[in-house]
Design a protein around this ligand. Structure first.
Ligand SMILES: Cc1cc2nc3c(=O)[nH]c(=O)nc-3n(C[C@H](O)[C@H](O)[C@H](O)COP(=O)(O)OP(=O)(O)OC[C@H]3O[C@@H](n4cnc5c(N)ncnc54)[C@H](O)[C@@H]3O)c2cc1C
Length: 385
C-alpha cells in the first residue's frame, strides 16, 4: 500500500489531535478509570474523524478503509491503549454493520450523531456465558407487536458505562445458531437496561467497561440492522474491520514503546556502560522493530485487499494473531530493560505491559484466530477434504 499526500495529511492531523487532546490528560484519566467520552468524541467528531469511511449523507468523509487504518495507526501514539480502543469501538467496531446494512432512518437516528460525536456507541457480542463461541450467546429478542423484547446480558462492554446505544447481537429465532441471530440497536437509556458498576481491569484503565443487563427491554423492530437471521454473518464481517483496526493501532504504540526503551536504556548505566550498549539489548530491540515492520506489511496488504472488496477474514485473523503475540513480546522485553523502574505500577512501560495483554484476548482470542486460519487450511477437524 502506497501512502498518498492525503494519507500523510490525515496521519499528521490525527497525531496532532492525540498530542493536544489525549496525551496531556492520560495520567488523570487512567487514575480516574474513565475518560470523558462525550467531550472527547465531540472533538474528534467535529474534526470528521469518527466517520472517515462513512457516507457523506450521514456526515462521514466517505474515504476508503486505508484512511481508517491510517487513523488507527496515528491513534497508537496515545500514551495509553484505553482511549484509542474506545474511539476504535465507535469508528470500526459498533458502526460498520449499521453503515452497511442499516435502514436510512436508523442511520439518521444513530449513525449520523455517532459520526458527529454526539452519541457514544458500544458493541455487544460477548456474554458471561459466551465469548469465544459467539454462536452460543443466550440473549434473546422476541417479537411483540411492533417491538422486540430483549432479555439477557452482555459482558465486558467497552464504553459500557458512558455509551448511549449498543449494536447488540441477539437470538431472534430457534433456527440453527448461525442463522438465528440479528443485530439490533438498543438505546441504553431504555427502561429495563441496567449497567453494572465499572469493572476493574488489569489494564486499559481509562476505558470504562461494564456488564449490561436487559430485562424485557422494548426495542422497535425498525431498530434491527438489515435482515433478520443475518446477525452472525454481519458480525463476522464487522470483525474484519475490528481485528485489522486492532492490529494497525498496536504498530505505532509498540514502536513508541521501543523508542522510550531506547531512550531509557541509553541513559541508565550498569557495569560502567549504558544498558543499551549491551549487544543483547540493542539486537533484541532491533529484532522486535523488524517484527513490527513485518506485521505492518501484513496489515497493509490486508487493507489493500479489503479496499479492493475482497474478503480478508484470513489475513485479518493472521494480523490480529500476530499483533497479540507481538504486543506481549515487545511489552515484556521492554519492561525487562527498564528493570525495577519498569515494574513500578505507574511507569509507562508497566502501563503498556498491562494494556498489551488484552490484544491476545479481546475481539477474539489468539486461539480463535488460529481456528479461523485452520479452517482456511482445512486442518480443523470437520473442515478438511
Ligand atoms: C477489556 C475488555 C474489553 C472488551 N470489550 C468488549 C466489547 O466491547 N464488546 C464485546 O462484545 N466483548 C468485549 N470483550 C470481550 C472479549 O471479546 C472476550 O473476552 C473474548 O472474545 C474472549 O472471550 P471469553 O473471555 O469469554 O473467553 P472464553 O471463551 O471463556 O475463552 C477463554 C480462553 O480459552 C481459550 N480458548 C477459547 N476457545 C478456544 C479453542 N477453540 N481452542 C483453544 N483454546 C481456546 C482462549 O485462550 C481464551 O482466551 C472485552 C474484553 C475485555 C477484557
Amino acid at each position: 500500500m502506497r501512502f498518498t499526500d492525503e494519507h500523510r495529511l490525515l496521519r499528521d492531523a490525527v497525531r496532532d489531535l492525540v498530542e493536544r487532546e489525549i496525551n496531556p490528560h492520560v495520567d488523570e484519566w487512567e487514575a480516574a478509570r474513565s475518560f470523558p467520552a462525550h467531550a472527547l468524541f465531540k472533538i474528534f467528531g467535529r474534526a470528521g474523524y469518527l466517520g472517515i469511511t462513512k457516507p457523506h449523507a450521514y456526515g462521514g468523509m466517505e474515504l476508503d478503509w486505508s484512511y481508517a487504518m491510517v487513523m488507527a495507526e496515528a491513534l497508537g501514539h496515545a500514551r495509553c491503549g484505553a482511549v484509542p480502543m474506545a474511539i476504535g469501538v465507535q469508528t470500526d467496531m459498533c458502526t460498520p454493520a449499521l453503515a452497511r446494512f442499516g435502514s436510512d432512518e436508523l442511520k439518521r437516528e444513530f449513525l449520523a450523531p455517532s459520526i458527529a460525536g454526539d452519541l457514544v456507541g458500544s458493541i455487544g457480542v460477548s456474554e458471561s456465558v459466551a465469548g469465544s463461541d459467539v454462536a452460543a450467546i443466550k440473549t434473546t429478542a422476541v417479537k411483540d407487536g411492533g417491538d422486540y423484547v430483549v432479555r439477557g446480558e452482555k459482558m465486558w462492554i467497552t464504553n459500557g458505562i458512558q455509551a448511549d446505544w449498543m449494536c447488540c447481537l441477539v437470538n431472534t429465532s430457534d433456527d440453527p445458531p448461525h442463522r438465528n441471530k440479528s443485530l439490533i440497536v438498543v438505546p441504553l437509556d431504555a427502561p429495563g437496561v441496567e449497567r453494572s458498576t465499572k469493572l476493574e481491569k488489569l489494564g486499559m484503565w481509562a476505558s470504562d467497561t461494564a456488564q449490561i443487563f436487559f430485562d424485557g427491554v422494548r426495542v422497535p423492530q425498525r431498530y434491527r440492522i438489515g435482515d433478520e437471521g443475518m446477525g452472525f454473518t454481519y458480525q463476522m464481517m464487522q470483525f474484519q474491520e475490528e481485528r485489522l483496526w486492532g492490529a494497525a493501532n498496536v504498530l505505532t504504540a509498540l514502536e513508541d514503546l521501543i523508542q522510550d526503551t531506547i531512550d531509557y536504556a541509553r541513559q541508565r548505566r550498569a557495569f560502567g556502560r549504558a544498558i543499551l550498549d549491551n549487544q543483547v539489548v540493542h539486537f533484541r530491540l532491533a529484532e522486535l522493530q523488524t517484527e513490527i515492520e513485518a506485521l505492518r506489511s501484513l496489515v497493509y496488504r490486508a487493507t489493500e485487499l479489503l479496499v479492493a472488496g475482497d474478503d480478508v477474514t484470513l489475513l485479518a485473523s493472521m494480523a490480529k494473531l500476530k499483533a497479540g503475540r507481538l504486543a506481549r513480546q515487545v511489552s515484556d522485553a521492554c519492561l525487562q530493560y527498564w528493570g525495577g523502574q519498569g515494574y513500578m505500577w505507574e511507569s509507562p512501560v508497566a502501563r503498556a505491559y498491562r494494556d498489551c495483554r488484552l490484544m491476545s484476548i479481546g475481539g477474539g482470542a489468539d486461539e480463535v484466530m488460529l481456528s479461523i486460519i485452520c479452517k482456511h487450511q482445512g486442518t480443523l477437524p470437520g473442515t478438511g477434504g
